[in-house]
Design a protein around this ligand. Structure first.
Ligand SMILES: Nc1ncnc2c1ncn2[C@@H]1O[C@H](COP(=O)(O)OP(=O)(O)O)[C@@H](O)[C@H]1O
Ligand SMILES: [Ca+2]
Length: 496
């Protein structure tokens, strides 16, 4: 009898073991399903900035992950000419200007994929300002760019002006997506949520606006600058603010207007941020062409003024501190500049766009000690224009003339505005991560194409339904067998 029971138990255990092993093999063996070749998909985003427009072509491969996230930049294309907001006299020209880049993108996408390639155009602060000045003009420019894109075989999804908050939040999403701060692909092939605290803040300096976005330590006190997100099952409360008129170009225009106002009737004005030997002629129409500067009560738009560079670095810095209003704070002490609410900065930050361009020219990327930064800007500002242009023959004068001023502007807003004075080393000045540009465009596309799920369950690993059913069947069957044996053995014991 004991012998019989042992045989039965042995046989049953063997059956359970075999069933469990099959279930395990099914569960573990076939993760490669996701590596089956999916066709490459594409997406296009136009960044219609205040100073210029660029096209970004992104690609991704079904569910197949590469080591830096799923979506990468295949190529980018710079549109010739200025930003679309400069086409007020010729809105159709704004549409026309996009064709070169659209043709290049079309050539890069296989014909059969073109119809399913989404295209977005997002305009930022240049169009925000035009929209404030003259909505009819901004609408007609948007209509013209939409019309041109629709002549291409893509899936056009709209041309619109982003809010400053969207611009800041999407830049933050792009940065953290590329750095895999939300979800990380491990060596073993699964996805994990990385340790909290590795979320990076984003600093974007454009021509007409500048954005700061980060997750503060404490809850955001002003709902107007709170942006709540849920990504891969985790909630984030973002502080984000966009300072309209405080992009690099509009801030430097404010400085010109300030100098003009203080020059009285003189048409020749010393400019301490311009290099000795550099002269700039400007009509008053050009100087006062933006809502960021208040013109004198009466002026002749055709009058010209002459800015003469004096290369006085310390005077330049103190004038820039006048442009950025550093006093007054309603929610004291939590302020950025201009009395705008901002919680204390928290953690590491990536600074891109004109932050990067300026610091790249200065040789200060990705990081440099603050003392070196300040002395490098001083040295640059004191160079005379002839020497500077001779040393930098490949740099466009329209950028070269402003690096002194923008160097001082950047340190002013970062140190005294956002108050990185004790955390300077937390800022990296970068253009790309994993060969993909940092900016709002990728985050915008990821969001609009629902490529960042809000729930963890939609994350990337998985098995096909049939395999999942087989796994469940064998696991259930193993459990059933175990139970059956226990019951049989107990019944036999009782009836004995
Ligand atoms: N090579 C460069 N050197 C210096 N500044 C640059 C360079 N390329 C672009 N920029 C600056 O970067 C900024 C880009 O802003 P943009 O995206 O056009 O405006 P916004 O984001 O405010 O709509 C502009 O101030 C432009 O002058
Ligand atoms: Ca921009």
């Amino acid at each position: 009898m004991v012998h019989m029971k042992a045989i039965l138990l042995g046989a049953a255990m063997a059956a359970v073991a075999v069933t469990t092993i099959i279930a395990l093999i099914l569960a573990l063996a076939n993760r490669q399903t996701l590596d089956q070749p999916y066709s490459t998909q594409f997406g296009i985003v136009f960044d219609a900035g205040s100073s210029h427009t660029a096209l970004f072509l992104y690609q991704w491969q079904g569910n197949k992950e590469n080591n830096t996230g799923i979506v990468s930049q295949k190529q980018s294309c710079d549109v010739d000419g200025d930003g679309i907001s400069s086409y007020v006299q010729n809105p159709a020209g704004a549409g026309e200007s996009l064709k070169k880049c659209l043709d290049i993108a079309k050539a890069a996408i296989p014909t059969e994929q073109q119809k399913s390639t989404p295209v977005y155009l997002g305009a930022t602060a240049g169009m925000r300002l035009l929209n404030l000045q003259n909505q009819t003009q901004s609408d007609s420019i948007l209509a013209e760019v939409a019309k041109t894109i629709q002549t291409y075989p893509f899936d056009f999804r709209g041309a619109r002006i982003l809010t400053g908050m969207e611009e800041g939040a999407y830049g933050w999403i792009t940065t953290n997506y590329l750095l895999e701060s939300f979800i990380k692909h491990t060596f073993e092939g699964s996805w994990i949520h990385p340790k909290a605290g590795k979320i990076i803040g984003a600093l974007d300096l454009g021509g007409a606006s500048t954005q700061i976005s980060f997750t503060p330590k404490d809850p955001v006190r002003d709902p107007n600058s709170a942006f709540n997100l849920q990504l891969y099952g985790y909630k984030y409360e973002l502080y984000t603010y966009s300072y309209l008129c405080y992009g690099k170009d509009q801030a430097l225009k404010k400085l010109q207007a300030y100098l003009h106002k203080n020059a009285g009737s003189s048409s020749s004005i010393s400019h301490p941020c311009y290099h000795k030997g550099y002269n700039l002629n400007l009509t008053l129409a050009e100087l006062y062409n933006s809502p960021c500067v208040v013109p004198p009560s009466s002026f002749n738009p055709k009058d010209t003024i002459l800015f003469k560079g004096t290369g006085n670095s310390s005077l330049c810095l103190s004038l820039i501190e006048n442009i950025v209003n550093l006093t007054g704070c309603a929610l004291s002490p939590d302020c950025g500049f201009n009395g705008i609410y901002q919680p204390p900065v928290n953690g590491e930050f990536f600074a891109f766009s004109a932050y990067f361009y300026t610091f790249d020219f200065l040789g200060l990327t990705p990081k440099a000690p603050l003392t070196k930064v300040l002395s490098t800007i001083d040295t640059l500002c004191s160079k005379n224009w002839t020497a500077l242009t001779a040393e930098n023959p490949s740099i466009k004068p329209k950028y070269l003339k402003d690096y002194c001023a923008s160097g001082h502007y950047i340190t002013t807003i970062l140190l005294k505005g956002y108050k990185f004075n004790n955390t300077w080393d937390q800022i990296s000045f970068v253009k790309q991560v994993a060969d993909t540009d940092i900016g709002w465009t990728l985050g915008y596309m990821l969001n609009l194409t629902n490529m960042i799920p809000s729930e963890r369950s939609s994350a990337v690993t998985g098995v096909p339904h049939s395999q999942w059913a087989a796994e469940i069947f064998f696991i259930a069957f193993a459990l059933f067998l175990t139970l059956l044996i226990i019951v049989i053995l107990s019944v036999r014991d009782i009836t004995k």
